[in-house]
Ligand binder design. Structure first.
Ligand code: VGL
Ligand code: ZN
Length: 198
C-alpha cells in the first residue's frame, strides 16, 4: 500500500486550554490512533517555534494577535505565542499514539519564517524534506488529519496535490480555527486543487 497517513500538529497548544486552542482539538485523538494502525507509513508534524519567532504577535510591538502583517514572503497572521520549542504546549497530546509513527517532521523552527505546510515553509519554496522521504518510500497517496484544518492541514494538502500526490483530507478527524472565513476559503481551495475532502 503506497499510502501515507500524515498527522498534522496534534499538540497541546492546539487543544483546549492550549495557547492557540482549536475548538474540539482533543476530540480527534482517539480516531487518529485507530486510523494509524492501517498505514505502512505514518508521519507526524510538530509545530516547533523558537521564542523569537516572527509569527508571534508579542514579538511585534503594538501588534494584536490574529492581525496580519507583510513578511518578505507575503502576508502572515500574527498568532498568540504557541508551540515554543521544548515547552509543554509543543508536546503532542498525551493520548496521541506517537509510538505508531515512523517520522516526525518539525517545522517553523526558523525565526524569520513560518511554516504551515508539512512540505514547504511559508515562502512556498524551502522544503522540509518530507517529499524526499515519501518518494524514497514509494508513497503515491497521502491522507491528512489533524490541526488546524484551515491552516496547517490545508496548506499541507495543497502542497501535496501540487507535488502530484493523491490527497484525501478526513475532515471528521480535523478541527478548524476559522479566522475571517478561512475555513470556507481553504475548503474551496482544496476542492479546486483536486483534494478529496472525506
Ligand atoms: C498552525 C497557526 C500557527 C496550525 C500552526 O497547526 O494550523 N496554525 N501555527
Ligand atoms: Zn505555529
Amino acid at each position: 500500500m503506497n499510502k501515507a497517513l500524515i498527522v498534522i500538529d496534534v499538540q497541546n497548544d492546539f487543544c483546549p486550554n492550549g495557547a492557540l486552542a482549536v475548538a474540539g482539538g482533543d476530540e480527534i485523538v482517539g480516531g487518529i490512533n485507530a486510523l494509524m494502525v492501517g498505514f505502512e507509513t505514518v508521519v507526524l508534524t510538530q509545530d516547533w517555534h523558537p521564542a523569537d519567532h516572527a509569527s508571534f504577535a508579542d514579538n511585534h510591538a503594538g501588534a494584536a494577535a490574529f492581525s496580519v502583517v507583510q513578511m518578505p514572503y507575503g502576508p502572515q497572521v500574527l498568532w498568540p505565542r504557541h508551540c515554543v520549542q521544548g515547552s509543554d504546549g509543543a508536546e503532542f497530546h498525551p493520548a496521541l499514539n506517537i509510538n505508531a509513527a515512523h517520522l516526525t517532521i518539525r517545522k517553523g523552527f526558523r525565526a524569520q519564517i513560518d511554516s504551515y505546510s508539512a512540505f514547504f515553509e511559508n515562502d512556498r519554496a524551502t522544503p522540509t524534506g518530507l517529499h524526499g522521504y515519501l518518494q524514497d518510500r514509494g508513497v503515491k497517496d497521502v491522507m491528512l488529519v489533524g490541526l488546524a484544518l484551515d491552516y496547517c492541514v490545508a496548506y499541507s494538502a495543497l502542497d501535496a496535490a501540487k507535488l502530484g500526490y493523491g490527497v484525501t483530507v478526513l475532515s471528521d478527524l480535523c478541527r478548524a480555527i476559522d479566522l475571517n472565513g478561512s475555513l470556507a476559503d481553504m475548503q474551496a481551495a482544496m476542492r479546486a486543487a483536486g483534494v478529496i475532502l472525506g
